[in-house]
Design a protein around this ligand. Structure first.
Ligand code: GAL
Length: 683
């Protein structure tokens, strides 16, 4: 049963940690929450030590008062189980529950998430407090959702201790049907004398002298994700018993630097998908990262709306240098998440901490208090979100899908690959960027997803693909869809075994090419590309571009060459190819074209596929995103260029942030600002 979040309009708030403050401060908190339009906060995330001062002894008085206070002020609570931060007493009693790193070093408590995911003592203690909490607050009128744990795997995705080793063996026995020969085959253990004769010989991939077995390492990553998922499901089940009608979420981390969990496997276990997203200070175009993350999260949610559970009002505190946000950036960031399908916007955290590890992290209410730019922006955002209440429930509109797969990501980045320069996220983002700039809506899909809703499917990087995924993608192209595949895809099966007979293995026939040798390029090295790739749009205007990162000796086997290398050992060899299939086509990009060339190429491919941007005539610098409601479309126009524009809109439209009726048929997007246009569409 999937349960809905019962908060009117769009949710707005943040992590609220009143236990860090004297109670006198709480009254000001709720008053200011009212001023900012906050309607939901996440509470209790790190309160375990205060709730359970010693094993089995509880003190809920403070949390009772917090929830009552919130309720009295009309603020809903997303009530967290505090299991991300077990207390010191727990580790003194159960020192084996502390995690061990790959070098065999047992870590200490004193921060958070310092537990081994496979520890029976941890599991028991976590489920016990989840149960007590669930039973106590199931009917509390403030509580609208369970927030299970916090960012599973943020700090402890991998534990290499003996307990984890046992759990890993259990997981492997299940995966290989208790058949050790099947495991030996899958892992290719005839290599380097790694054959196992007894399950107990198998260890986590602990630090070792030479390159580890790739399939061992890949199964380990699958296991680590599943092990944490088992904890999440167990907590969720305990809470569902206590309060069958309340929805549950856990905050995902779909953002650039976190890849520990296979969220395709997690999302179906939750009623509400929520995500945390932070900007990377060194990324000059963070807005693209926000968009891509939002598209992935919406896709994880099956296209349904989701919640942005955490982001920052300004600087974070965990990067080498923590950049503050510029004028209007808080608003653009938050509304960009709404544009990508978020039905709620929340921050880490409500009030900036005075003490503790995150005292230099921004918050909704900064150290400076209400006489601050951040506070004024926070209040303005509350007004904006109320004005956008009707957007709730509206969905995305994509005709293009990008294949996204954690198995492929993990496998690509295993050690001892042809090139360490090939990084999953960089490749996906390289392909996503030109689509973002062109205002093309994108969903993300698993390799085995139902593709019938799409005209165009892109697989920028799919090193590993199983037979079912490969058949699904090639079938899409053979049935008349347009498929584009990036280099080094289809190379190995689900066990990391090379698909023999030439690259790109699983996609060779559909792409109509065959490669006999890979020629990865050195950092900074590039090769010239000729042919019709960029037409007149290549970097130097002459149709020529360059490729970097990768090249390979492709031979045509049915496909036509669209571009070829102009220098180096592969001069004259095809670099970009196209194989027609009825009304569709299958494209292969055997290198990473420079950004302009890639943009031109993807434009040609999507035009061929008949994919249009979500709005016509939108100038560069303005991000256009559409959400589709029951009887209207919501067109979000976000100006990142700082110039603004007047843009045509459908008759009888309304700009929701100002409430202005757009009788003249144009909307003004202010410089650095946002416009959200309700366009009534006949359905
Ligand atoms: C998240 C975490 C929050 C806070 C935040 C700071 O990873 O869930 O508790 O630490 O980062 O950016």
């Amino acid at each position: 049963m999937s349960r809905e979040l019962n908060v009117p309009g769009l949710a707005y708030g943040g992590d609220y940690n009143p236990e860090q403050w004297p109670e006198e401060v709480w009254a000001e908190d709720v008053r200011l929450m009212g001023e900012a339009g906050v309607n939901m906060v996440s509470v209790n995330i790190f309160s375990w030590a205060l709730l359970e001062p010693s094993e089995g002894v509880y003190d809920f008085a403070r949390l009772d008062r917090v929830l009552d206070l919130l309720h009295a002020h009309g603020i809903a609570a997303d009530l967290a189980t505090p299991t991300a931060a077990p207390p010191a007493w727990f580790f003194r009693a159960y020192p084996d529950a502390l995690p061990v790193d790959s070098g065999g070093r047992r870590l200490s408590y004193g921060s958070r998430q310092t537990f081994c995911p496979s520890s029976p003592a941890y599991r028991e203690a976590a489920l016990r407090i989840a149960r007590v909490l669930g039973e106590r607050y199931a009917d509390h009128p403030a509580v609208v959702m369970w927030h299970v744990h916090n960012e599973y795997g943020c700090h402890n995705a991998e534990c290499y201790c003996d307990t984890s080793a046992q759990a890993f063996r259990r997981w492997l026995r299940e995966r290989y049907g208790d058949d050790l020969a099947a495991l030996n085959h899958a892992w290719g253990t005839a290599f380097w004398s790694q054959w196992y004769y007894d399950w107990d010989e198998i260890l986590p991939p602990r630090a070792t002298g030479a390159v580890p077995n790739p399939t061992h390492r890949l199964d380990w990553r699958r296991f680590c994700s599943d092990e944490l998922l088992a904890l999440c499901k167990a907590e969720r089940a305990v809470l569902a018993e206590a309060a069958p009608a309340l929805p549950a979420t856990t905050n995902f981390m779909v953002m650039y630097n976190f890849d520990a969990l296979d969220y395709w496997r997690w999302a179906p276990e939750l009623d509400v998908v929520s995500n945390d997203h932070y900007l990377r200070s060194t990324d000059p175009e963070s807005e693209i990262d926000i968009a891509m993350s939002g598209d992935v999260v919406r896709s994880l949610a099956g296209g349904r709306p989701w919640l942005l559970m955490e982001h920052s009002t300004g600087a974070v505190n965990w990067q080498p240098v923590n950049r503050a946000k510029g004028p209007g950036e808080l608003r653009r960031n938050a509304l960009a998440h709404v544009a990508r399908g978020a039905d709620g916007i929340a921050y880490f955290q409500w009030r900036a901490a005075k003490a503790g590890a995150e005292q230099w992290h921004s918050a909704m209410l900064p150290h400076a208090g209400t006489d601050s730019v951040i506070w004024r922006d926070v209040v303005q955002l509350g007004t904006d979100l109320r004005a956008l209440a009707e957007v709730r429930g509206a969905v995305g509109t994509a005709e293009t899908a990008i294949v996204w797969d954690w198995d492929a990501r993990w496998a690509l980045e295993l050690p001892s690959q042809p090139s360490e320069e090939v990084r999953y996220l960089d490749l996906v983002r390289s392909w996503y960027e030109p689509l973002w700039r062109a205002g093309v809506a994108v969903d993300f899909v698993r390799p085995d997803a139902d593709l019938s809703a799409y005209r165009l499917v892109l697989a920028p990087s799919l090193y590993l693909v199983d037979d079912a995924g490969a058949a699904n993608l090639t079938g899409f192209a053979q049935r008349g869809g347009t498929l584009a595949v990036g280099f080094h895809s289809g190379a190995v099966d689900e066990n990391c075994h090379v698909r023999l007979g030439g690259y790109p293995g699983a996609f060779r026939e559909t792409l109509g090419v065959r490669t006999d040798e890979l020629f990865p390029l050195l950092p900074g090295e590039s090769v010239g590309l000729s042919g019709g790739v960029g037409e007149d749009r290549g970097r130097d205007g002459g149709g020529s571009g360059t490729g970097s990162v990768w090249s390979e000796r492709v031979r045509l086997a049915g496909a036509e060459a669209v571009a070829s290398y102009t220098n180096g050992p592969l001069t004259g060899v095809p670099a970009v190819t196209r194989q027609g299939h009825g009304t569709g086509a299958a494209w292969y990009l055997a290198t990473l074209p420079d950004p302009d060339t890639l943009a031109a190429l993807l434009e040609r491919i999507r035009e061929e596929a008949g994919v249009r941007p979500v709005a016509e005539g939108v100038p560069e610098g303005i991000e256009a995103v559409r959400r589709r409601g029951a009887d209207a479309d919501y067109l979000f126009l976000i100006d990142h260029g700082g110039v603004g524009a007047d843009l045509p809109v459908a008759a009888d439209s309304v700009e929701l942030l100002t409430g202005e009726r757009l009788t003249a048929g144009t909307v003004t997007v202010p410089p650095g600002g946002v416009a959200v246009v309700r366009e009534v569409v006949a359905r």
